[in-house]
Design a protein around this ligand. Structure first.
Ligand SMILES: Cc1ncc(COP(=O)(O)O)c(C=O)c1O
Length: 413
């Protein structure tokens, strides 16, 4: 109930000013959510096949759940956790060494836990971006740092991820004038949405670029442990010099099926970590200690991730051939849980698509198949292997159902 109180003159320009609340239709994931609800309402008799979701379909491991249950009632866990408990930092440091071969990260100064990596990414621009400063970011990408850089009066320079460049940014393409004002570079490998992985050589070139231009690097490693077919998990922190120029953001969300639990951490340059701790002290009071203790039990058991990897790998081995048989140029990615494919341009029955969004809407409306469209660097669709399936037989059945529903649409490319 607003009565005659004029809210519109109060909203800050960064969220739309007077226009705030009048049209929120532009936010992609909100739009997809609404489109899914409408498709379900229109066809309640057909189960929606959801390959749009960016989170695992399994619950957290029972060991982790048991630890939370045990710790949740302990009196000493009730207190504010501020910027973390030392045991979490120690477990994170051990995990980095065990899974990524990152040597001697100091748990006291080179690790900072956060309430999920999203909130850490949101805080980082506040540490470095003054009005007029530039954040370099790959596109398409996870948009949180770019949104905050803009909120703070900074600018964003986009580096397109293209197939020709193996979905790695071309750092040599950045104009000198942009480099002069740039302070931060955001990267994410394995990449959401392209599924591309980085190489040690690429990361070494990033370190050299950062040094030469005085730009700090944020590597988002949310999917770093999810790799396939012999591709080893790769941390930016293993590259010589990385710790002098950057930090890495880790998350338990995807690797341990803990998206809703909200726990992740930063590692890397101690000064940059101290800057983020200063902003964080003024933002939240830390994750519930019982969740941090449950997260320690996850970090101590990386084999939890291996079971998830086996499942996603198996699903890619079903999905990729199915998509190829439909005309998509699909390839199994080496990391993440996304298959990123060029969007079709129309159908044999005369429908023409002008964007990946058009295709995604069409697949949802006509076949009740949900995907995520990306139109930032060409028209591409993201299929996620996190669809709901209880058993391996269900996985086979669902992918076959998806194939036959899409086949009936007679897409062309
Ligand atoms: C690339 C990337 N980074 C970070 C996140 C945020 O993860 P969380 O806040 O759950 O740790 C996501 C979630 O989808 C993501 O895709």
């Amino acid at each position: 109930m607003n009565g005659d109180f004029d809210w519109s003159s109060l909203f800050a320009d960064r969220i739309g000013g007077r226009a705030f609340g009048i049209d929120n239709a532009g936010y992609k994931f909100e739009r997809i959510k609404r489109a899914k609800a409408a498709a379900r309402l229109a066809h309640p008799e057909i189960p929606l096949i959801d390959l749009g979701v960016g989170e695992g379909d399994w619950p957290a491991d029972q060991k982790v759940v048991d630890t939370l249950c045990r710790e949740a009632g302990l009196t000493e866990n009730r207190r504010y956790a501020d910027n973390g408990i030392p045991e979490f930092n120690e477990a994170a440091s051990r995990y980095l060494e065990r899974v990524f071969n990152v040597k001697v990260i100091d748990p006291n100064t080179e690790i900072l836990p956060g309430i999920g990596s999203k909130s850490l990414l949101a805080m980082l621009p506040a540490c470095f971006i003054n009005p007029g400063d530039i954040l370099l970011t790959t596109v398409p990408s996870y948009p949180v740092m770019a949104s905050w850089a803009r909120f703070l009066g900074g600018e964003v320079f986009e580096l397109p991820l293209t197939e020709e460049n193996d979905f790695l940014p071309d750092l040599s393409s950045i104009p000198a004038e942009i480099l002069r004002r740039s302070k931060m570079l955001y990267l994410n490998y394995p990449n959401n949405p392209t599924g591309a992985i980085a190489t040690t050589e690429f990361f070494a070139s990033v370190v050299a670029f950062a040094r030469k231009n005085g730009i700090m690097v944020v590597h988002d490693a949310a999917y770093a442990a999810l790799t396939y077919d012999g591709s080893a998990p790769l941390s930016f922190m293993t590259v010589p010099g990385a710790r002098e120029v950057g930090i890495e953001v880790h998350s338990l969300s995807k690797s341990f099926n803990m998206t809703g639990w909200r726990i992740g951490f930063l590692c890397g340059n101690a000064l940059a970590i101290a800057a983020c701790a200063a902003v964080k002290d003024n933002t939240d009071a830390g994750q519930f200690r019982a969740i941090q203790k449950a997260a320690i039990s996850a970090l101590n058991h990386p084999e939890i991730t291996e079971r998830t990897i086996d499942k996603y790998s198996r699903r890619f081995d079903l999905l990729v051939p199915a998509l190829r048989s439909l005309g998509f140029d699909a390839k199994k990615p080496f990391g993440s849980f996304y298959c990123y494919v060029k969007a079709p341009t129309g159908t044999a029955r005369g429908v023409q698509f002008h964007s990946a969004s058009d295709v995604s809407d069409f697949l949802l409306g006509e076949a009740l198949v949900s995907t995520v469209p990306w139109d930032d660097a060409g028209a591409w669709l993201r299929f996620s292997v996190t669809f709901e399936a209880e058993t391996e037989d269900d996985e086979i059945r669902i992918v076959e159902e998806l194939r036959s529903r899409i086949a009936a649409l007679e897409l062309f490319f």
